[in-house]
Design a protein around this ligand. Sequence first.
Ligand code: TYM
Length: 326
Amino acid sequence: MKQRIFSGIQPSGTLHIGNFLGAVKNWVALQEKYESIFCVVDLHAITVPQDPEELRQKTLELAKIYLAAGVNTQESTIFVQSQVPEHTELAWILNTITKISELERMTQFKDKAKEQHQNSNAGLFNYPVLMAADILLYDTNVVPVGEDQLQHVELARTLAKRFNQQFGETFVVPEPFVVKEGMRIMGLDDPSKKMSKSAASEFNYIALTDSPEKIREKIKRAVTDSGKNIRYADDKPAIKNLINIYSLLDNVKPEEVENIYKGKSYSEFKADLAEVIVDFLTNFQEKYDKIDDKDVLNLLNEGKEKAKKLAEKKMAEVREKVGFLM
Ligand code: TYM
């Protein structure tokens, strides 16, 4: 039997090449080898205020992005988190075995709470427990994510083990999956911080919807390091990041990129990088534009049914183990 992967993205903010290179690219690469479930996590998105109409729109758009990026629904399942209520039910149960101190340690919560000041809500705090529920509900073996989610996957592992110990063997303990070059794509305007959907400036990221002109402008304005050489080194974080993007999109090793650009200038490298991104995104956007909303809704419906079957079975087992009347 194939092992299973599960992953998800929030339908909020602007999806960027960091999300693609850190997560979706690996989903597509892994989907043949693994039985795959990819979720649009709208329940996670409402931990920060959302406009309801926009949320609905973004949920559909994100499912289209999964398809345009190459998720093959002949083999893989795509669905919307809120349409399978077992996610919230399991999250509640897992909340009761999660220590407050464990959640207080989550760096993403600390960062987001800082952004939200006094408006930080309990959902934001419990968000990693819902993510653990997403993963554990499907007996997931492997979770392909970017580096910023590793701490959350670690919590899912802790909760799986704790539940199993307390109530008997129930959950598979999942493993994270990351690719070194793509797990942390940095901001183009600040290579010390990760590229982020919610960045204040659009010059932080390349959105999947950016036009060729915009891409060229953003790469031209991207911060570079001191010096002149195109070197893949930790003391050149800006160029290292640009080399990573080039390398992953063009499927060449970072060292090869270094070789190609030996003796060439930052501006020559940047001009070529912009074209690599333009080619990739033009192709992606063409595929995206061809996808019909109705077809996506149908696929999401089918996905919901498949996910529900698995989730209902697992929850029946969990309810029984916890001691609810059957
Ligand atoms: P989200 O929506 O913030 O991000 C989606 C995916 O993109 C990755 N990512 C990055 N990778 C590389 N470089 C970056 N700059 C970068 N920024 C984001 C993220 O690591 C993630 O893989 N809580 C999750 C969604 C989630 C989930 C799950 C994931 C909910 N349930 C279950 C896996 C399994 C989140 O908010 O990701």
